[in-house]
Design a protein around this ligand. Sequence first.
Ligand code: PEP
Ligand code: MN
Length: 337
Amino acid sequence: MIVVMKSSASARETGAVLQHIESMGFKPHISSGEERTVIGIIGSDRKVDSTAFEGLSGVERVIPILKPYKLASREFKQEDTVVEVRGRRIGGRQVVVMAGPCAVESREQVMEAAKRVKAAGATILRGGAFKPRTSPYAFQGMGKPGLEILREAADANDMAVVTEVLSVQDIPAVVQYADILQIGARNMQNFNLLEEVGRAGKPVLLKRGMMSTLEELLLSAEYILSTGNYNVILCERGIRTFEKYTRNTYDVSAVPVIKKLSHLPIVCDPSHAAGDRDLVPALARAAIAAGADGLIIEVHPKPEVAKCDGAQSLHPDQFDVLMKEVAAVARCIGRDI
Ligand code: PEP
Ligand code: MN
């Protein structure tokens, strides 16, 4: 349920509503729009008596949120959420590009990747220090030294860092080095991890599970939002279908659907969707045309020797071309890059 305050409501009146919500054992979540303040009453499946709020001064109306996700819904917050990361704004007019290797393999590799993707226009460096691999015998990532390399390369190129956190025990280390904590597709429904990254307080990039519906994605976002961390960026990275010519099926429709249902920004990952570098540029362009707020793309200085996801990683020269094409599409729909 949401309590919509009058545009003329004073801070005191809003405070009294918040207090009332807390005294009933619920957690209030505030969304302060340009026009008016909206307060979400979230906390349990317990029914809230709306009449208890309708009579309070400063309250305009009380509306039930019918969707299972509440804080993630457009009903709760009408304006788009903009997540700020080291001066970059994700979810605004500007299209934000995150790029870098799948996995951190060495200092030289990440330094070179960062230099090239930054020169092409990416502003956020991606790279996995902790890798979720299907086989326990595959390269599992460099761990903490990998985080240090990412930070160094990002700082040297004035970039922010996005990197995956695989488990609760790794959160403190990842928080120390990264600007955005990535929850991978395989962990989208690791609810305990979602809550803990929420509490860590840093922006979270939440990838759609490979067999998850958009409603499930939004409910996973809700786990993070309900901790009071409102800086969540959603990511479409392809889902499993019967089609075999792509690694996953890229669900471009996720972009307009999410935009309709939620105020959260959404970026697309054409690399993991395609599984093949030749397909990545077209899928990247499609994402921006569909209204995505950004891209996350795998780029490796030498994809042929990559320890992870080489087939879908772009050569830096290919990334240069992709960025020019994506910028042209962005301009067509009135966005910058
Ligand atoms: C990744 O970004 O390298 C990754 C493992 O992605 P996903 O969780 O989407 O498979
Ligand atoms: Mn990868």
